[in-house]
Design a binder for this molecule. Structure first.
Ligand code: EPZ
Length: 430
């Protein structure tokens, strides 16, 4: 078993560089399927979700060349295959973007249902509603989602999303860029990674207007040509380190960020008594005094991001007074609470609401990451805790955080990766 071992209680000081945005990268890599030529993708985060998607493109027949640590050249011109290999795709949620991209490119796609973090039901009915409105038939058989258009090309149309969905918005954009005619997405999601996907596609020759508002218009074009594109910095990675400084105290300059994307997080930290200074492409986060309670409700962008909910909960556990968190996006995103309780937190959960009574400190414990952001929140709790925290199932964390151990060690955290083969055997026996 590989785990993180953290000796907590040390304030953080120094600088952290933020990597490219995971949730933009996992849409932009499939988007390369639509490009007839070489596209250079820069500022890719080095995380397992990115590696998996690049492997899937290669399995489909793409030529993928590493240029440097964060840059790849992807050439999908010669792909003829629209069936995605099962084993790789099931490990990742974002494999659903392959449906939109393959439908856009070939008018057909065969993709296994997506994997990823478990927050209760994760339906994709809005994606399918969009594809069907654009002329595809979609059915599930033999463990695969089969999508196909009779005429070999998607048809532009008007689609109203019943729910503000990041995935459905981006998937319909992918299916629409090479479609016949104009596609209009109404009640679209507005997250920074939606704008980033639109900018990537437009830089390759697409005609997408309105990304970042709730009406997106996509005029289909005949082909996308190659080019180079640099992915935006990761809003949630930056927010996670901001929350870490809030929890431990100290002062850290978080570099290579777009401060505007962090405003929803900054606003809450300010309410809690944390100093956040916005610079051009960095934020300086400082916490010296006590943390004060607040309430948080997660909402689609520009609301407070659900992907920061567990991390802000870790900070609120240490704030004076009673805080209330309302999860407004997912049905079941409080699965980490039992692990926090083992560290001394006082949290009650009722459905989508968590009530947190602040405590003086976390105490170290042996815990297990249950999903990506919950795992990051456990790291934050461990950094702030008195004593030693061991976190298992860290593969969840490494799906989405590049070099988290190195980045935190660089600002003074005592965190190590420990491999214990014996426990592996015990786990298999048990
Ligand atoms: C994306 O998931 C992110 N994943 C998630 O981040 C993030 O939590 C979520 O957006 C919300 O911001 C990726 O980008 C790969 P949604 P997605 O469609 O697209 C319901 C992380 O930690 N819904 O916006 O799957 C759904 O059940 C991950 O980085 C439908 O009902 O989320 C949820 O309640 C975890 N039908 C809400 O909409 C649909 O067809 C929002 O989901 C689609 C969604």
């Amino acid at each position: 078993m590989t785990k993180y071992v953290i000796h907590g209680g040390k304030p953080l000081y120094g600088e952290i560089d933020i990597s490219g945005a995971k949730n933009a990268a996992v849409a932009i890599i499939p988007a390369a399927l639509l490009v007839d030529g070489v596209c250079r993708i820069e500022n890719l985060p080095q995380i397992s979700d990115v590696t998996l998607l690049l492997n899937i493109l290669q399995e489909l027949g793409a030529d993928v060349r590493t240029v440097n640590r964060t840059t790849v050249d992807v050439d999908c011109s010669h792909i003829r295959n629209a069936r995605v290999p099962e084993e790789l795709a099931r490990k990742i949620r974002a494999s659903y973007y392959l449906i939109g991209a393959l439908l856009g490119r070939f008018g057909s796609a065969e993709v296994p249902p997506p994997g990823g973090c478990d927050f209760g039901g994760r339906p994709i009915d809005q994606h399918i509603k969009g594809f069907v409105a654009m002329g595809a038939s979609v059915d599930v058989r033999g463990g695969y989602i089969h999508a196909k258009t009779a005429k070999g090309r998607m048809t532009g149309t008007q689609i109203y999303l019943d729910i503000v969905s990041v995935g459905a918005t981006m998937n319909i954009m992918l299916a629409a860029v090479l479609a016949d005619g104009l596609t209009i997405i109404e009640n679209a999601a507005k997250e920074p990674h939606i704008v980033d996907l639109a900018n990537f596609l437009n830089s390759m020759g697409a005609e997408i207007m309105g990304a970042g508002t709730d009406v997106i218009k996509i005029r289909g074009v005949e082909r996308l040509t190659g080019g180079a594109y640099s992915i935006i910095p990761d809003q949630i990675e930056a927010g996670t380190y901001m929350a870490a400084v809030a929890a431990t105290g100290g002062e850290v300059l978080i570099k290579n960020v777009i401060p505007k994307h962090l405003e929803c997080i900054t606003a809450k930290l300010l309410e809690m008594g944390v100093d956040v200074e916005e610079l051009d492409d960095a934020v300086l986060v400082r916490r010296t005094g006590k943390l004060t309670r607040t309430n948080v409700k997660t909402l689609p962008y520009p609301g407070f991001p659900t992907d920061m909910q567990p991390q802000i909960a870790a900070v609120l556990c240490l704030a004076e007074g009673t805080s209330v968190i309302t999860e407004g996006v997912w049905d079941n995103r409080f699965r980490y609470v039992d692990e926090f309780r083992r560290m001394g937190a006082q949290i009650q959960v009722d459905g989508k609401i968590a009530v947190i009574e602040g405590v003086e400190k976390f105490t170290g414990a042996r815990i297990q990451a249950c999903d990506l952001r919950a795992g990051a929140a456990m790291v934050i709790a461990g950094l702030a805790a008195q004593g030693t925290t061991e976190i298992g199932h860290i593969h969840h964390i490494e799906r989405g955080y590049e070099d988290i151990v190195r980045k935190l060690s660089g600002v003074g955290a005592d965190i190590r990766v420990v491999v214990t083969p014996d426990e592996d055997k015990q786990a298999q026996v048990g």
